[in-house]
Design a binder for this molecule. Structure first.
Ligand SMILES: C[S@@+](CC[C@H](N)C(=O)[O-])C[C@H]1O[C@@H](n2cnc3c(N)ncnc32)[C@H](O)[C@@H]1O
Length: 249
């Protein structure tokens, strides 16, 4: 069995209990060493084989999985954050299906929610935004025409932008086609790691602040009025509001 596991954003305590059990159970561990700290896989079986996928290509990864499976071994494939977001698990699953090797996925805490937690903010504050868009800006990896950042920005909703910090000037240029330049924006580098850095500002000053803070990679960009000070309370806890579990006063 191959178990894809979301390791969480960095803090080794942010892996799920189920994910941690699967790591403890594994005979072979393949972990994304560029973003997953070794501490996440420290609590493993004595003698478990460990591979760092940062230096491997797809063929090598599948070959390790195939050999392990043939030997009746359990494999933990440890991805950063949640594997469903920029995790490149789809191509691994396709190859495993061709080989008829069983697999399962254990979700993890994505870096976009860990960043919101670091800022103690809610993406979906009533009266401001009820939608969060997770995306990236086109760089070396193209994005579909209808997902160009300026089109997504036209909704002026809460956005979590991955893999884009190195293009902050261009990003701001595209976002400000729709968002006012005073819209709040926050950058969280290495959310939940001991060296986590947070920079907050507005669209018109964030690029300079990011350069000053020397943030060039492993950063989440959050933008939208949900980061501001205005919001309405939710109906869920409003005293007059009746729902399945509580009668309004
Ligand atoms: C290949 S993607 C993987 C995303 C991952 N699957 C997730 O759910 O967070 C890597 C990008 O995620 C973001 N990222 C990953 N870990 C992060 C962290 N601890 N803090 C901030 N951003 C992070 C950065 O934008 C980074 O460039």
């Amino acid at each position: 069995m191959i178990t894809f596991i979301g390791a969480g954003p960095g803090d080794p305590e942010l892996i799920t209990v189920k994910g941690q059990k699967a790591v403890r159970n594994a005979d072979v561990i393949i972990y994304a060493g560029s973003l997953v700290p070794v501490a996440v896989i420290e609590d493993r079986k004595p003698g478990a084989e460990v591979y760092n996928s940062a230096t491997m290509d797809l063929e090598e990864i599948i070959s390790v999985m195939k050999t392990a499976h043939e030997q009746g071994k359990n494999v933990a494939r440890v991805h950063t954050g949640d594997p469903s977001i920029y995790g490149s698990i789809r191509e691994q699953i396709e190859e495993l299906d061709k080989l008829k090797i069983p697999h399962t996925v254990i979700p993890g805490v994505s870096s976009f929610v860990a960043s919101a937690a670091a800022l103690q903010r809610e993406f979906t504050v009533p009266g401001i935004s009820q939608t969060v868009i997770c995306t990236r800006m086109e760089g070396r990896t193209p994005v579909p025409e209808l997902e160009k950042i300026e089109l997504l920005a036209s909704h002026k909703t809460s956005m979590a932008i991955f893999l884009t910090i190195g293009m902050i000037d261009k990003l701001v240029e595209k976002l400000t086609i729709h968002y006012p330049v005073t819209t709040p924006i926050a950058v969280v580098q290495r959310a939940s790691w001991p060296d986590q850095k947070i920079v907050t500002g507005c669209l018109n000053d964030i690029a300079a602040k990011i350069k000053e803070a020397d943030i060039t990679k492993t950063a989440m960009i959050l933008v939208g009025d949900f980061l501001g000070d205005n919001f309405e309370n939710s109906l869920l806890y409003a005293s007059h509001f009746t729902h399945e579990y509580r009668k309004g006063k």
